[in-house]
Ligand binder design. Sequence first.
Ligand SMILES: NC(=O)c1ccc[n+]([C@@H]2O[C@H](COP(=O)([O-])OP(=O)(O)OC[C@H]3O[C@@H](n4cnc5c(N)ncnc54)[C@H](O)[C@@H]3O)[C@@H](O)[C@H]2O)c1
Length: 272
Amino acid sequence: MRLGMIGFGSIGGALADLLLPGEPLEHLAVLVRPGRAAELRQRLDGEFAAVARDRSVVADAEGMRAARPDLVVECAGHAAVAAHVPPLLAAGIPVVVASVGALADPGLEAALRGAAAAGGTRLVLPAGAVGGVDLLAALGGTKGLEVRYRGTKPPGAWAGTPAADILDLAALAAPAVFFTGSAREAARDYPKNANVAATLALAGAGFEATRVELVADPAAPGNVHEYSVASPVASYAIRIENRPSAGNARTSAATVLSLLREIRNFRGPVAV
Ligand SMILES: NC(=O)c1ccc[n+]([C@@H]2O[C@H](COP(=O)([O-])OP(=O)(O)OC[C@H]3O[C@@H](n4cnc5c(N)ncnc54)[C@H](O)[C@@H]3O)[C@@H](O)[C@H]2O)c1
């Protein structure tokens, strides 16, 4: 398999680590920002040499297209989705997007859907840090679907967000709800924490109808995602306690495994 990756931060590095022990890829191409190429080239030819028989570093979507990947995995951020993913989809290359929150921008969502249709390929939205998305997506579009999501993180994980203006994060002694609104509003106000709310919204009831609560809790065991689904077809509630990945407190290790799952499903004879 020829794999492309956009971004090589904490998710990208952890994903490459997970790919190391398996059957080597035929080719791995990584798209990085200007100024990062030489350093990454060294890492790919050193600690990550066993990931793929051949490896390259590219600077833009054109370079990625020239590397002829069978599948591209984005793990870079919202701006990278906007800049690089539409042209790759339009060229017929399927792309798995980790930065699902980027689709809260209706213009970008339309551009991505249009590019995938024009290229005759698919934009794949992985479950990421959350679970149960299979059933929610099956219920998506059915009548009477109600989805409520509550995202809880330790106070420090909300530093640098508007939560810091609402709460004294360092002094918090009990759980505090600092945001209640739609998934669209949550993505607007908390873009770096919007991926799970956006994934649930896109799978289920949409950005406007999906209700979101964000919570800072000094006793949170990590990043906790809870949501409930009520519908005439099926109702369920789910709670996922994620542990942060080694390199980045904002990223759950389960997210990396979810991207690996998408690669495995694409590569292997059975998709599950
Ligand atoms: N779907 C989910 O559940 C979920 C969960 C966690 C994180 N994410 C998303 O995944 C993305 C990556 O997360 P991370 O923890 O690896 O972040 P990170 O900051 O550790 O790494 C991002 C990397 O991408 C690079 N990058 C940024 N913009 C780029 C661009 N325009 N072109 C090429 N490279 C670029 C950065 O230099 C950095 O190396 C984030 O957008 C994050 O929101 C999704």
